[in-house]
Design a protein around this ligand. Structure first.
Ligand SMILES: Nc1ncnc2c1ncn2[C@@H]1O[C@H](COP(=O)(O)OP(=O)(O)OP(=O)(O)O)[C@@H](O)[C@H]1O
Ligand SMILES: [Mg+2]
Length: 458
């Protein structure tokens, strides 16, 4: 997707001149001759816009660039705004920087070079900001929950309502619907957010070891076993996430029940009663009611865990979210992996995606989008691509398992980057600036990628 630059200048010939330069640099543009149109255009275009080039003087009786800039910042828009100044108005540009402009450039004979430099500064900055955000989120385990369907809005409302309540919550949903994401969001929405979030996958730990894992073990002089801290201990002051809670044996369910009810437990081999301040969130894709009827799950444990229940519907029941989820994963993947373009989904492609069954739900959709991004030679996704990737036995069908013929994910991404670079260079006759423009990369980004892949000499 070509991110667009908004050119706001009252003189049509300046707009044209700057637009030409930007086109040379491989950027799309939108233009306006009026300062009062800047904020509405930014709001209308949203993410499609990467920066604004703003003139200061829009002529007698017209709103000026400074006012437009203030409007933009007052509206909370963080988009980079680069001021275009005439000769000798550096003072005004400095004012603009104080009012929140990102940079300024003079409209003179060197504008081509200064504009290219400003673009790459701004884009590098935007990349750093995106990368920072990703790392910060990763560090905290926080991720945005995407979805505007009524069902997901209800889930978000429940997270807000239940987050601060110091009682257990049971999160239910099919595999890949976002149960862990919701559990983390509950933690983030609670006063415990600075405390630990400790996850335990009850299905992955054998029943016999679960007790030691959760409650810890006192040092045993007799058989020499060392002291081990349990996850209940580690979650003190925070949240304990019991994932796949339907998989615990009956004896263990009794112990968990007591720990949840009284916030206390004994370590294995221990006699002392340990008290902790832990909020429990549990998740399952099993039908616990059926398990209760079959005697496999304790009804009283269910009652404790399900103080309140958040039910996340499968994707097929909220197909209206597919659009925003697909765009979200495409954008994140682009931010995460250098050289991967942001996919654009045609209406027909989205229709095909809405008709697909998605048994692996959001996780399957995410894998599908990332696989498309690494395999397609251009960012536009057509219905035919979707259908071929969704065919039985096709890529989406293999989504949750490894794809043995193609090798691990990282090396496929590497190979794809390499082929993007060599193809673009060939097409540009070896001209790096042209290749960078064609790939919509800054010259520096291209250089770094070429160095990484040992293509050409520096
Ligand atoms: N609404 C959403 N918005 C953005 N990302 C989502 C959403 N729902 C799920 N995801 C992403 O999909 C993936 C699967 O989510 P998660 O691990 O929370 O699912 P789960 O229900 O716990 O799956 P499983 O049953 O397999 O354990 C994660 O990468 C998660 O970030
Ligand atoms: Mg999970």
């Amino acid at each position: 997707m070509s991110k667009c630059v908004l050119i706001a200048d009252d003189q049509a010939e300046v707009r044209e001149w700057v637009a030409d330069i930007l086109r040379e640099l491989g950027r799309a543009t939108v233009e306006t001759g009026r300062a009062d149109q800047v904020l509405p255009l930014i709001q209308e275009m949203g993410d499609a816009l990467s920066m604004v080039l703003l003139d200061l003087d829009f002529g007698q009786g017209q709103m000026g660039g400074m006012d437009a800039l203030r409007q933009v910042r007052e509206a909370g828009c963080q988009i980079p705004v680069v001021i275009l100044t005439g000769k000798g108005s550096v003072r005004a540009a400095v004012e603009a920087l104080k009012a929140g402009a990102t940079d300024f450039i003079e409209k003179d004979a060197h504008v081509e070079d200064t504009l290219a430099a400003a673009l790459s500064r701004v884009e590098r900055f935007a990349q750093v900001v995106a990368e920072n955000r990703r790392l910060r989120e990763e560090l905290r385990g926080v991720q945005e929950i995407v979805g505007e369907s009524p069902a997901m809005r209800e889930v978000l409302a429940q997270i807000e309502r239940l987050g601060p309540v110091p009682r257990p919550v049971l999160v239910v949903g099919e595999r890949g619907t976002g149960k862990e994401l919701v559990a983390r969001a509950l933690h983030e929405n609670s006063p415990r957010r600075e405390g630990p979030f400790i996850a335990v996958n009850c299905a992955a730990i054998p029943d016999g070891l679960l007790e030691c894992e959760l409650f810890g073990q006192e040092e045993n002089a007799f058989d020499g076993a060392p002291f081990k801290e349990g996850r209940f201990d580690r979650a003190d002051g925070g949240t304990l996430f019991l994932d796949e809670v339907g998989n615990m044996g009956p004896e263990f369910q009794r112990k968990i029940l007591r720990a949840i009810e009284y916030h206390s437990f004994e370590r294995v081999q221990g006699t002392e009663t340990i008290r902790v301040d832990v909020r429990v969130i549990a998740a399952t894709n099993a039908d616990l009611q059926a398990a209760i009827r079959q005697g496999a799950f304790r009804a009283d444990l269910y009652d404790r865990l399900a103080f309140d229940t958040i039910r996340i519907p499968p994707i097929r029941e909220r197909t209206e979210d597919i659009d925003s989820l697909a765009r979200h994963f495409a954008r994140r993947f682009h931010e995460e992996v250098a050289g991967v373009p942001v996919l654009e989904f045609t209406d027909a492609a989205l229709t095909a995606m809405r008709a697909a069954p998605w048994p692996g739900n959001v996780r399957e959709l995410k894998n599908f989008v990332e696989r498309l991004a690494t395999r397609l030679s251009e960012p536009r996704v057509e219905a035919a691509h979707v259908n071929s990737f969704l065919q039985p036995g096709g890529q989406a069908a293999a989504a949750s398992s490894a794809d043995p013929g193609v090798g691990p994910f990282a090396s496929r991404v590497e190979a794809f980057e390499h082929s993007l670079l060599t193809t673009a260079l060939d097409a540009a006759g070896g001209n790096r600036r042209k290749a960078a423009a064609a790939l919509e990369l800054s010259y520096d980004q291209l250089r770094r990628l070429l160095a990484k892949h040992h293509i050409g000499s520096p």
